[in-house]
Design a protein around this ligand. Structure first.
Ligand SMILES: [Zn+2]
Length: 223
């Protein structure tokens, strides 16, 4: 994959006929791993925000795709201009805790989890002016307390993923996406803000384009 030149062209998926109505009655926020759809649509998510490659601005402008960024709120607060620029190009900011605790969230107290989840939502709303409605626990590790606290913090869905950019390739269940390991409708894909952002984004879009998929806006499908 070339690191320069035009991006692989990936169409934007239209909003669904009717969005997935999640059960918000509590006490737990619903857990979502795949969006129920029979259409060839996948969803792009990006986690953390640790490395802020300037090229992301150009890549988002060119691709015009609705990326969901699960940001560490302290990291977003350290460079709000950068992330606001990405939001202006169509990305949306969601909750990924205040500090991305190294010790797993699912082993911490309810109060600790509340400070991490509600605290990040509050800080992100302060920066971007939009209340997050989705949460992704660091490392995908959660327990019942996490789901309950997420609900209490105003989170509509705790979002996992199936496909992930690893070492320059898109992988599902340790196998690279290709004819023998295809994408499936509704899959949620993950990449990170790393020094290889440009290459990763290009490989991700190429895999989606080659599979004949389009990319949907997660919040259009989760309400
Ligand atoms: Zn993370």
């Amino acid at each position: 994959m070339s690191a320069t030149g035009p991006l692989p062209v990936v169409p934007l998926a239209p909003p669904p006929d009717g969005p997935l109505k999640l059960d918000q009655s509590g006490p737990y926020a619903p857990l979502v791993t795949r969006i129920p759809t029979d259409k060839k649509i996948v969803f792009i998510t990006m986690d953390d925000g640790t490395t802020q490659a300037p090229v992301a601005q150009d890549l988002f402008r060119e691709s015009k795709l609705p990326v969901t960024m699960f940001l560490i709120s302290h990291t977003a607060a350290s460079n709000p201009k950068y992330f606001k620029g990405l939001v202006q190009k169509g990305a949306r900011v969601e909750d990924h805790t205040v500090t991305h605790p190294m010790m797993n969230l699912n082993k911490r107290s309810a109060l600790y989890q509340k400070n991490q989840i509600c605290g990040a939502s509050k800080q992100l709303k302060g920066i971007f002016g939009i209340q997050p409605t989705l949460f992704r626990p660091p490392y995908g590790l959660y327990n019942e307390t996490t789901l309950k606290i997420a609900h209490d913090c105003g989170i509509h869905a705790v979002v996992m993923w199936e496909g992930s950019m690893i070492g320059g390739g898109l992988f599902i269940n340790q196998h690279e996406v290709g004819p023998r390991n295809p994408l499936k409708p509704g899959m949620i894909l993950l990449m990170h803000f790393t020094p290889h952002f440009n290459e990763d984004y290009r490989v991700l879009l190429a895999a989606i384009a080659k599979s004949g998929y389009s990319v949907g806006r997660l919040t259009d499908y989760l309400q």
